[in-house]
Design a protein around this ligand. Structure first.
Ligand SMILES: Cc1cc2nc3c(=O)[nH]c(=O)nc-3n(C[C@H](O)[C@H](O)[C@H](O)COP(=O)(O)OP(=O)(O)OC[C@H]3O[C@@H](n4cnc5c(N)ncnc54)[C@H](O)[C@@H]3O)c2cc1C
Length: 322
């Protein structure tokens, strides 16, 4: 019996969700009274194994196959590793990659799969919690099985920080190249260049309160002045004013910056789902009853076209003429 968590990396860096999986995996392993094991697949497996060697991890398996994510390689490698170590719980990230291979792996290993898990509790059986209807309802599932697979929502568990002393073991997967089905020819970011809002420490986020695309330079200048990254609510992306990779929320990205400045954003549940994990939330909104104020640490109930220029000047920038 063990808990096996699959880590994730992209373009040479371990992704934050891997460290969150260590925390979630350790919590589950403690509840079950068992070990926590990790798998690192592809790329610089030795370097990645060092990175994810955090306190509470017992063993890290390195699978030296390929450079970037490949569905067939991951599916085959995880199935073979799981067949060998026989995990009670197989944890995978609820990321684009994780959701690509998790169903195939669960099917191959004949495991029940619950995706997008935000909490769990062991109570005889395992009970897992998911959100539904855009985060308005939480549903608890009672898993009636000894072994199971879960995908863990990013940013729900804190990142494991402390260094560990896990055993590192190479696992030789027998990859059937003829059954891969796909090859990876390169890596291309879609729209917005290489900006990754999930990595930003400070986000200046703009919503429909900005009114017109012509007003965007105002918040761009604030972001520049603060050394922050610009993100937005969905209407801004739907209008084509910013690329999709800037969208925060349920159908956008989940972000966990130190500071999130929500400007002219009402705080709809689908938006909040993507930013409620920010350490400090600052809201600027003319409507004192806007739901964003329910979760904001600081609020400025005023017109953004008055407040933002003052902030820019306060922090040493120069507000543009609109
Ligand atoms: C399936 C589904 C998925 C969705 N996914 C997402 C998602 O991922 N991300 C997302 O953001 N939304 C998402 N939405 C949309 C979501 O429901 C909201 O419509 C959206 O978040 C609202 O964006 P907003 O806050 O910018 O606009 P609004 O709700 O229109 O709010 C604008 C705010 O600006 C304020 N304001 C106006 N003028 C000013 C001013 N001059 N100064 C200061 N404040 C001002 C207003 O008081 C208001 O509170 C989704 C919806 C569905 C149905």
């Amino acid at each position: 019996m063990t808990v096996l968590a699959i880590t994730e990396h992209r373009r040479g860096d371990v992704r934050d969700v891997s460290y969150e999986l260590v925390t979630a995996g350790r919590e589950l392993a403690d509840d079950l009274g068992t070990d926590l094991e990790l798998a690192v697949i592809g790329g610089d497996v030795e370097g990645f194994a060092d990175d994810v060697n955090r306190d509470g991890v017992d063993t890290i398996y390195t699978v030296d196959e390929g450079e970037e994510f490949n569905h067939g390689v991951y599916t085959q490698a995880i199935e073979q590793l799981a067949t060998e170590v026989e995990p009670t719980a197989l944890l995978m990230p609820n990321s684009v990659n994780g959701l690509d291979y998790a169903p195939a792996v669960a099917e191959g290993l004949d495991l029940p799969l619950v995706t997008d898990v935000v909490d769990f509790e062991t109570n005889g059986n395992l009970e897992v919690t998911r959100e539904q209807y855009g985060g308005k309802v939480e549903t608890t599932y009672d898993i009636d099985a000894d072994d199971y697979a879960l995908t863990i929502r990013p940013a729900e568990w804190p990142k494991a920080e402390a260094a560990g002393d896990a055993a590192i073991e190479a696992f030789d997967a027998d990859i059937d190249e003829s059954a891969l089905g796909t090859t990876v020819n390169g890596f291309e970011e879609v729209g917005g260049g290489d900006v990754d809002i999930t990595e930003a420490d400070v986000l200046v986020s703009i919503g429909r309160g900005i009114d017109e695309e012509e007003n965007l330079p105002l918040v761009e200048e604030l972001a520049d002045t603060l050394g922050a990254t610009l993100s937005s609510s969905r209407p801004i992306v739907d209008n084509g004013w910013l690329p999709k990779n800037r969208q925060v929320g349920q159908s956008g990205k989940v972000v966990t910056p130190d500071v999130y400045i929500a400007i002219g954003i009402s705080g709809a549940v689908q938006h909040v789902a993507g930013m409620k994990g920010a350490d400090t939330i600052v809201a600027i909104n003319t409507d004192p009853n806007a739901p964003i104020y329910d979760i904001a640490d600081y609020g400025i109930v005023d017109d953004l076209f008055d407040v933002v220029p003052e902030l820019i000047e306060e922090f040493g920038g120069e507000a543009p003429d609109l």
